[in-house]
Design a protein around this ligand. Structure first.
Ligand SMILES: [Zn+2]
Length: 129
């Protein structure tokens, strides 16, 4: 039995290999099911988040935007192209590994509040206080 390397997730997203360490970290995140999409019905609104090393980060891949401090300090200022959360999303999209969960619109508020509270926890941790 031989494994066809072309079918492995890593081979599918080889184009992102240029990101080096960030790519490895993003791939690990994706394989662990860390890229999440909350899909609200009937409005079809979506909230994307990525489970990072410190906790959940909110991402908006269309803008693009990420709530992590790397994005805030490095990407917004133009010193880096993207953070590994946004890269995780790209990889997950490409390999069909976005973990989608359906919710009803009534859950939108509570879901967003819970995510926001996670984000503040992460900010606390990353500011080192
Ligand atoms: Zn990020």
């Amino acid at each position: 039995m031989s494994t066809n390397i072309q079918d492995s997730p890593k081979a599918q997203v080889a184009e992102y290999g240029k990101y080096g360490k960030k790519f490895e970290k993003a791939l690990e995140t994706v394989l662990a099911g860390g890229v999440k999409e909350a899909f609200f019905l009937p409005s079809r609104r979506k909230i994307h988040s990525v489970v990072g090393t410190l906790g959940d980060e909110f991402i908006d891949p269309d803008k693009p935007y990420c709530s992590c401090s790397h994005f805030y300090f490095k990407v917004r200022s133009g010193r880096d192209e993207l953070c590994y959360h946004l890269l995780s999303y790209k990889i997950a999209m490409k390999t069909g590994r976005v973990e989608t969960t359906k919710f009803s619109d009534e859950d939108y508020g509570p879901y967003f509040r819970a995510l926001a509270s996670d984000i503040f926890d992460v900010l606390d941790k990353s500011s080192g206080s």
